[in-house]
Design a protein around this ligand. Structure first.
Ligand SMILES: NC(=O)c1ccc[n+]([C@@H]2O[C@H](COP(=O)([O-])OP(=O)(O)OC[C@H]3O[C@@H](n4cnc5c(N)ncnc54)[C@H](O)[C@@H]3O)[C@@H](O)[C@H]2O)c1
Ligand SMILES: CC(=O)[C@H](C)O
Length: 257
């Protein structure tokens, strides 16, 4: 019987890389996203590669969608082993321009989404009477608070905090809760961050905000989805059974904690 993983926001970006790696690790995978067209494309691509996947559309900020996601995964594959709370969004603005709308949107997706996903997965693990692994997308911005990324950084600090508290409460069920903290990866998210940072700057040209952040990376290159997936693959494996409550940096040497 193959292991089963759900990865939220996995039609593109880092989530897609994580979902593909878990497929090649032998998992049956529920690919999930709010973007239905991209979701269908990714599911078809994975099926053509011979992976055992289904697609479920949903919005992580809606509690019912998160419980429906687990239900659909279990209806198809019979059980659940790993839930990756990957979906997240960005926002760029000076602190004095942070709006109520920005705060509500980012917290609702990046934080509420992680809480609801953790609750839905944990209920399933408890009812199965099995161990289970919950793996959350944090960031270097969950360890360091960046200028122009104040709201985003606050959401990732909240993800780290919920990773700690959920790990403490769920350990008695043999459920582990950990987080991966990527650095700077060239996904759609960084395309948007770069575009916004350039708008707010007098001297940055398109691409230069990304280059500026990347130039600080000790290992001398920006991150790929595969770099992130390497860590998530480990956290999803039995080799990580004794690790819980950790928010692990994978950033090529950028933030040192
Ligand atoms: N790219 C980076 O450098 C970087 C660094 C650190 C952390 N992260 C984190 O990694 C995660 C993935 O980032 P990414 O760069 O792949 O982003 P991305 O924007 O490239 O992809 C995110 C995916 O999530 C989906 N999504 C967005 N809102 C959703 C919602 N409400 N419900 C369901 N799906 C939704 C999008 O449609 C998209 O497919 C995020 O949590 C992000 O904060 C990214
Ligand atoms: C997008 C992200 O989390 C970091 C700041 O690269």
């Amino acid at each position: 019987m193959s292991k089963v993983a759900i990865v939220t926001g996995s039609a593109g970006g880092l989530g897609k890389g994580i979902a593909e790696r878990l497929c090649s690790d032998g998992f049956s995978v529920v690919v999930h996203d709010i973007n239905e067209q991209l979701l269908n494309e990714t599911v078809n691509e994975f099926k053509n590669k011979g992976y055992d996947v289904i697609g479920v559309k949903g919005d992580v900020s809606k509690r019912n969608d998160q419980f429906n996601l687990v239900k659909k995964g279990v209806e198809k594959f019979g059980h659940l082993d790993v839930f990756v709370n990957n979906a997240g969004i960005d926002a760029v603005s000076p602190f004095l321009e942070i709006t109520e709308e920005q705060l509500n949107k980012l917290f609702s997706i990046n934080v509420n989404g992680v809480v609801f996903g953790t609750q839905a997965a944990a209920e399933q693990f408890i009812s199965q009477k099995s161990k289970g692994k919950i793996i959350n997308a944090c960031s270097i911005a969950g360890h360091e608070s960046y200028e122009m990324l104040g709201t985003y950084s606050a959401t990732k600090h909240a993800v780290k905090s919920f990773t700690h508290s959920a790990a403490k409460e769920l350990a008695k069920y043999q459920i582990t809760v950990n987080a991966y903290c990527p650095g700077v990866a060239k996904t759609k998210m960084w395309d948007r961050i770069d575009e916004e940072m350039v708008k707010y700057s007098d001297d940055l040209k398109p691409g230069e905000a990304f280059e500026k952040f990347s130039s600080e990376i000790a290992l001398g290159r920006y991150q790929t989805p595969e770099d992130v997936a390497n860590l998530v693959s480990f956290l999803a494996s039995d080799d990580a059974d004794y690790i819980t409550g950790q928010a692990i940096l994978t950033d090529g040497g950028l933030v040192y904690r």
